[in-house]
Design a protein around this ligand. Structure first.
Ligand code: KIV
Ligand code: ZN
Length: 504
C-alpha cells in the first residue's frame, strides 16, 4: 500500500489564525506532542519572520527526533540563510521555499514576469539544496495558476533539487475534482522520487474533501493543522483527514504513520494553547462526536455500537470517562504515569507544578477530573514571565448600584493599587488594571466556561486583548470566576510585555 506522509503546519500556518500567538515554550510542547503522534514533518515556523519564530524553530530543531523539522522561507536568499541557521541542528531538517505562481499574485503582489518567478524559484531551491537534503517547494496559489506554467516551474525546481513539491490551494478556491486533476497532471510530469504534497485551506469548507481528493489523485504528502486552525477559515483538519483514511481504509487503500490514539489529547492541547474552543459538533474531536441523544440511537448502540458509530472514541484516544482515576492520596509517580498516558509530556518542573496544583485542588474539589488537570497544565504552559502579578483584589458588588473593584498588582518591587467603578465586577476589575498601567488596552473578547460539571467546578476564562494593532490571548483558571478573569487579563498583558522584550 502507498504511504501518505503527514506534514503538520499548526505551528506555522495554524499560528496565522487571527488572535493566536504561541510562545516558544508552547510551540516546543506542541512539537513534542506532534512527534509523539507520528507526524512525519513538523513545520515549526517561519524563521525569518521574527526573532521569536527563529528561536522557536531552533529549539524544536534541536530537540525533536523522529519527525523532520521544516522552516518556511520566501524564495529570497536572506530567508533561506536564516531558515538554515534555525534548522541546522535538526536530525532531519527541511527547508520549505515558496513563491506565488498565479497570474494574479505574480502581477499584483510580486510584480514579476513568469520567467522571473521561475528563475527566483530555481535559484532559491539550489541555495536551499546546498544546505540540506530535504527541500520542499510550494507554488503559492497553485489552484489559480495556469497548469502549463505550474508544470514548467515544478519540473525546473525538481531538477534543481526539490524533493517535495507542494501545490497549495492558498485561498480555499478549488473543488475536489479540479484539485485531483491538477495533482494528477503535475504528478504525471515529475520523476516518481519527487513527492507531491497537498495543502488546502477551508474558505469554502472543502479543505478536507480537497485533501482527500489529492490523495486519490496521487499526492504523497498532506499538509494539515490540528483542529483545522489557520489563516482565515483555517486549513484542512488533521484529525478529519487521518480518521477518514483510517476509517475508510477500504476506500483509500493507503497507510500512514499516525497513532490515532493521540488525536484527542493533541486537539485539547492545541485548543488550550491557542485559546480556540472546539465546537461541540466538530467532526472526530467535538464533545458531541460520540454522544447519542435519540432513544432509537441509544438503543441501537447498546445492542451493537456499530449501528451508529463508525469509529470508536478509544480509536482517537478519547477516555470513555473524563473522571480522574487518581485520588487525593495518589503519589507523584502514579500522577506522572497517568499524564503520560493522556499524552502530556512535561518537563520535571512542569510536572512538579502540575502535581502541586493537583494536590491543592483535591483538597477543595470533590472530584478532580482529567479536564481539571488539563486546565491546570494548560495554564502553566501558557505562563510567560510575570512582569505583573496579582497581589489581591476586592469587589463591592450588588444588583442595585455600580460595582467597585480595587485591584492590587505587583510589578517588580512596586506595588500598584487602583479602584474603578463599572457595571459589573469583571468590567470594574479590568478598568482598574487598565487605568493603573496607563496602557491603551481594549478587551476584544471574553469567554468563560466551567472546566467540569458541578458547583465546585474550576472556571476557565479566555480573553483577547487588543494593544495597538496586536491581539494577545490570556487564560486564567480558578475556583473563583472573578479571580479567573483577572488572571486571564494579567496573562494577556504579560504576554504583551514578553513579546515586547523578545522584539528588543
Ligand atoms: O497556503 C499557502 O499557500 C501556504 C504556503 C506558504 C505553503 O501556506
Ligand atoms: Zn497555507
Amino acid at each position: 500500500m502507498r504511504k501518505i506522509a503527514f506534514f503538520d503546519t499548526s505551528l506555522r500556518d495554524g499560528e496565522q489564525t487571527p488572535g493566536i500567538n504561541l510562545n516558544g515554550k508552547e510551540k516546543l510542547e506542541l512539537a513534542r506532542a506532534l512527534a509523539a503522534a507520528g507526524i512525519d514533518v513538523i513545520e515549526a515556523g517561519f524563521p525569518a519572520a521574527s526573532k521569536g519564530d527563529f528561536e522557536a524553530v531552533m529549539q524544536i530543531a534541536k530537540e525533536i527526533k523522529g519527525s523532520s523539522v521544516a522552516g518556511l522561507c520566501r524564495a529570497v536568499e536572506a530567508d533561506i540563510h536564516t531558515a538554515w541557521e534555525a534548522l541546522r541542528f535538526a536530525e532531519k531538517p527541511r527547508i520549505h521555499v515558496f513563491i506565488a505562481t498565479s497570474p494574479l499574485h505574480m502581477e499584483f503582489k510580486l510584480r514579476k514576469q513568469p520567467d522571473q518567478v521561475l528563475a527566483s524559484a530555481v535559484k532559491a531551491v539550489k541555495l536551499a539544496k546546498s544546505y540540506c537534503q530535504q527541500v520542499e517547494f510550494s507554488c503559492e496559489d497553485a489552484t489559480r495558476s495556469e497548469i502549463p506554467f505550474l508544470i514548467e516551474i515544478c519540473k525546473a525546481v525538481a531538477e534543481a533539487g526539490a524533493t517535495v513539491i507542494n501545490l497549495p490551494d492558498t485561498v480555499g478556491y478549488t473543488v475536489p475534482q479540479d484539485y485531483a486533476k491538477m495533482i494528477a497532471a503535475v504528478r504525471a510530469e515529475l520523476p516518481p522520487e519527487v513527492q507531491i504534497s497537498a495543502h488546502c485551506h477551508d474558505d469554502l469548507g472543502m479543505g478536507v474533501a480537497n485533501t482527500l481528493a489529492a490523495i486519490e489523485a496521487g499526492a504523497d504528502q498532506v499538509e494539515t493543522t490540528v483542529c483545522g486552525i489557520g489563516e482565515r477559515a483555517g486549513n484542512a483538519a488533521f484529525e478529519e483527514v487521518v480518521m477518514a483514511l483510517t476509517t475508510r481504509a477500504d476506500h483509500y487503500q493507503v497507510e500512514h504513520n499516525i497513532n490515532t490514539r493521540r488525536i484527542y489529547n493533541l486537539s485539547r492541547l492545541v485548543s488550550k494553547y491557542t485559546g480556540i474552543d472546539i465546537p461541540a459538533g466538530k467532526a472526530v474531536i467535538g464533545d458531541n462526536a460520540f454522544l447519542h441523544q435519540s432513544g432509537i440511537h441509544q438503543h441501537g448502540v447498546m445492542a451493537n455500537r456499530l449501528t451508529y458509530e463508525i469509529m470508536s472514541p478509544e480509536s482517537i484516544g478519547r477516555p470513555s470517562s473524563d473522571n480522574m482515576v487518581l485520588g487525593k492520596l495518589s503519589g507523584s509517580h502514579a500522577f506522572a504515569t497517568k499524564l503520560e498516558e493522556w499524552g502530556f509530556h512535561l518537563s520535571p518542573e512542569d510536572l512538579a507544578f502540575a502535581f502541586a496544583r493537583f494536590k491543592e485542588l483535591a483538597d477543595v474539589k470533590k472530584d478532580v477530573t482529567m479536564r481539571d488537570i488539563s486546565a491546570i497544565i494548560g495554564g502553566r504552559l501558557r505562563e510567560v514571565p510575570n512582569t505583573i502579578s496579582l497581589e489581591n483584589y476586592q469587589i463591592m458588588s450588588c444588583n442595585t448600584i455600580s460595582t467597585t473593584a480595587t485591584v492590587c498588582l505587583r510589578r517588580g518591587d512596586e506595588v500598584l493599587r487602583r479602584a474603578a467603578i463599572a457595571n459589573g465586577p469583571v468590567d470594574a476589575a479590568f478598568e482598574a488594571i487598565t487605568d493603573m498601567l496607563e496602557m491603551p488596552l481594549n478587551l476584544e473578547s471574553y469567554s468563560i466556561k466551567a472546566v467540569t460539571e458541578g458547583r465546585d467546578a474550576l472556571g476557565e476564562v479566555t480573553v483577547r486583548v487588543r494593544y495597538h494593532d496586536s491581539i494577545y490571548m490570556g487564560k486564567g483558571v480558578s475556583n473563583d470566576i472573578i479571580e479567573s478573569s483577572i488572571l486571564a487579563y494579567i496573562n494577556a498583558i504579560n504576554r504583551l510585555f514578553a513579546e515586547e522584550l523578545t522584539a528588543e
